[in-house]
Design a protein around this ligand. Structure first.
Ligand code: TRP
Length: 358
């Protein structure tokens, strides 16, 4: 018989700051799209425990960003009656499962994780890294498998986490001779420039500490200021000079955000990205003109998001209730998987009298 149950989606974000354009094109936009197909059961998690793995001394920062991230979720068009929002720390299964899973993962396997490697480097942890940080890929596997999620909309940087999760699923199902855990797969953004949106300064990572982000809640004048001072091709000095579009932040952003209708509205003298890039490469197209176009595009994209955010900001108690209700639902869902896991491992001693059958 065909399985009519909707496929499950799970994803989440660390609440270490407000969400920015990188989050938007990397995953948020895809979540809204998937939500609106009506074909999935979608869970979106605020990963406060994962955020604490390198912020143990600053829980207040995480706390302050819980509702900020919730507002960003609602602002982009995720809807409480279509998506379940929850807080990671409210779901006990998410810290019980890693206890079982961590026995299925070797130290050398954790050390090979490229995302962890680069994060360790970025934070200058060297050997002083928190154990909780080192093992967060196991915790992330718990996040995903606790909901039996098939699809995980994330940016490319999360692929090693998905691979780790699949390995845990396969080991678990094999060792405990069951098929209760579901192998998840990533859902990446549609085009490559969205996978890792560079910072406005051209740095490969958009990050709050580098001050090179454009936030979803950014005011129009600030968007404009940031766009007009964006890094471009440093060798494109005069308008007549040939310019380079590869690696040029302004073009990377345009690849991620521009749509044919934006050309019709803001830059009708060009048929689309190909023609714009061709002109820039050939020479004769100034950075200011391209930046003005990008500014118009971003203003058009962000205006409805900012409006929706302002609307929800007026109703913070409702936002709080949405998260609370979602967390309760998520707790029940994950609790069921936990029971399956304990039963498969035969450590459900007091749910039956098997222990007496010696
Ligand atoms: N690691 C993700 C990030 O840094 C956040 C996250 C935690 C997550 N648990 C997850 C993403 C489960 C997808 C699925 O953004």
């Amino acid at each position: 018989m065909e399985n009519k149950k909707p496929k499950i989606i799970l994803t989440g974000d660390r609440p270490t700051g407000s969400l920015h354009l990188g989050h938007y094109v990397g995953s948020l936009r895809k979540r809204v799209e998937l939500q609106n197909t009506g074909k999935f059961d979608q869970f979106v998690m605020i990963a406060d425990l994962q955020a604490l793995t390198d912020n143990a001394d600053n829980p207040e920062k995480i706390r302050q960003n819980i509702l900020e991230v919730m507002l960003d979720y609602l602002a982009v068009g995720l809807e409480p009656d279509k998506t379940t929002f929850f807080v990671q720390s409210h779901i006990p299964a998410l810290y019980e499962l890693p206890m079982y899973y961590s026995n299925l993962v070797t130290m050398s396997r954790l050390e090979r994780n490229p995302t962890i490697k680069s994060e360790i480097k970025m934070r200058n942890f060297e050997r002083n890294l928190p154990v909780g940080f080192m093992t967060y890929p196991i915790s992330q596997a718990a996040d995903i498998t606790a909901f039996k999620a098939k699809y995980v909309p994330v940016g490319e940087d999360q692929l090693p986490m998905l691979e780790q999760a699949r390995e845990i699923v396969n080991s678990f199902n094999r060792i405990y001779k069951c098929d209760i855990l579901v192998e998840p797969e990533a859902v990446l953004p549609d085009n490559a420039s969205c996978n890792r949106l560079v910072g406005t300064d051209g740095n490969t990572k958009m990050s709050k500490s580098l001050g090179n982000c454009i936030y979803l809640a950014e005011e129009p004048e600030d968007i404009k200021k940031k766009v007009m001072s964006m890094f471009t091709d440093p060798n494109h000095l005069r308008v007549e000079d040939p310019g380079q579009v590869e690696g040029n932040p302004v073009f990377i952003y345009l690849d991620a955000f521009s749509k044919p209708e934006y050309f019709a509205e803001f830059l009708p003298e060009y048929s689309g990205m190909d023609e714009l890039k061709e002109h820039y490469t050939r020479g004769g197209l100034g950075d200011v003109k391209v930046k003005k176009f990008l500014n118009n595009v971003l203003q058009a994209e962000l205006a409805p998001i900012r409006e929706r955010r302002k609307m929800w900001e007026q109703k913070l108690p409702d936002v709080y209730d949405i998260l609370k209700a979602g967390s309760k639902k998520a707790r029940e869902t994950a609790g069921k998987t936990l029971e399956d896991v304990r039963r498969s491992m035969k450590i459900d001693y007091f749910d039956n009298d098997n222990l007496l059958k010696m």
